[in-house]
Write a protein that binds this ligand. Structure first.
Ligand code: SF4
Ligand code: FES
Length: 243
């Protein structure tokens, strides 16, 4: 059905490293191929028409989270988006808002995620006497492992950050990805932090009580993670933390 079409791409171009460069939209045209994704189209454009085009990718399989961008108004992964999804054959590409722009469609999600991890202390805090470097595996109940595995599926693509109106209005808001990661450690029986400890990190307007429940995170997350369920879980925990 999608064969034989000419696709028109409107792509945001701007290189902040280039003195005098100004943000602009540039039009490109390309012949659509069967099974073509936005990522494949971008690669062809870069290879055949404009080698200066900047965008990120690593895995091409929805695993690394690098290729997230705004496609026709919605933040998502370019490598998981078929061009045939767009009947008008016009595709507008913008970089994810809310992140430092590297150039064109490339943003620095890594810096954001690193700062978030440092701010929220997103690593396991085990009991000091439980650390045994000679032990290969720590046993865990299968039900608990399943819950943690579900939250560990996050690929840190940044889509939920860009899709969140609260985050876009208030830069200090930790966003759904921050809360999902806090929930992951709160659920982990090996972590020694108490609900009170987590309350002091996200029991405020920059955390669980700042979420306006607009559902942008859950509606757009390419891994279909249960954001609202986890935010509601944390809210209940936090609401009773200091009573
Ligand atoms: S929670 Fe979903 S949308 Fe947010 S960073 Fe992780 S995978 Fe991406
Ligand atoms: S290239 Fe890795 S998620 Fe798209």
């Amino acid at each position: 059905m999608s064969q034989g079409r000419t696709l028109t791409f409107n792509i945001f171009r701007y290189d902040p490293q280039e003195p005098g460069d100004k943000p602009k939209m540039v039009k490109y045209q390309i012949e659509e191929a069967p099974g073509m994704t936005v990522f494949i189209a971008l690669n062809m454009l870069r290879e055949k028409q404009d080698p200066s085009l900047q965008f990120d990718f690593v895995c091409r399989a929805g695993i690394c989270g690098s290729c997230a961008m705004v496609i026709n108004g919605f933040p998502t992964l370019a490598c998981r988006t078929l061009t045939s999804k767009y009947p008008k054959a016009e595709i507008t590409l913008m970089p994810l808002p809310g992140f430092e722009l590297i150039g064109d469609l490339s943003v620095n999600t890594g810096k954001f995620m690193r700062e978030l991890a440092e701010r929220l202390k997103l690593w396991l805090h085990p009991k000091a006497d439980e650390v045994d470097i000679h032990r290969i595996e720590a046993p865990m109940a299968p039900e608990e492992a399943a819950k943690l595995y579900e939250l560990e599926r996050c690929v840190e693509c940044g889509v939920c950050v860009s899709a969140c109106a609260t985050k876009q209005m208030r830069d200090t808001f930790v966003g759904a990805v921050g809360m999902m990661k806090i929930a992951r450690f709160e659920l982990d029986s090996r972590d020694t932090r108490s609900v009170e400890d987590f309350y002091h990190v996200i029991g405020n307007q920059d955390g669980v009580f700042g979420c306006m429940t607009l559902l942008g995170c859950q509606d757009n997350c390419p891994k279909d993670l249960p954001h609202m369920q986890q935010i509601a879980y944390l809210r209940r925990k936090m609401a009773t933390a200091l009573v």
